[in-house]
Design a protein around this ligand. Structure first.
Ligand SMILES: [Zn+2]
Length: 83
């Protein structure tokens, strides 16, 4: 079983938590890999990578384990807490 991690694209906390292998937060999710803007602009470094790092748990997430949401609704989280 693969667990899926939902990451909110516009959520600052999530952006802090999940980083590229060089600990940048400037990554994007492509169809079957990730891409880091800062790595790509670094000489001799390929901006593409396949495992996102979770700084909190220390785990690495592959592309299929990550769902990147661009329109996260903060109200939804508050509803869950209220119940
Ligand atoms: Zn990077």
């Amino acid at each position: 079983m693969t667990t899926t991690q939902v990451i909110c694209d516009e959520n600052r906390t999530d952006r802090w938590q999940f980083v590229c292998p060089r600990e940048h937060r400037t990554w994007e999710a492509a169809e079957d890999h990730f891409w880091c803007q800062r790595c790509a602009s670094t000489q001799d470094v390929d901006g593409r990578f396949h495992q996102l790092r979770d700084k909190v748990s220390g785990e690495r997430l592959s592309r299929e384990e990550v769902v990147l949401q661009s329109n996260c609704d903060d109200d939804l989280e508050q509803l869950e807490v209220a119940e």
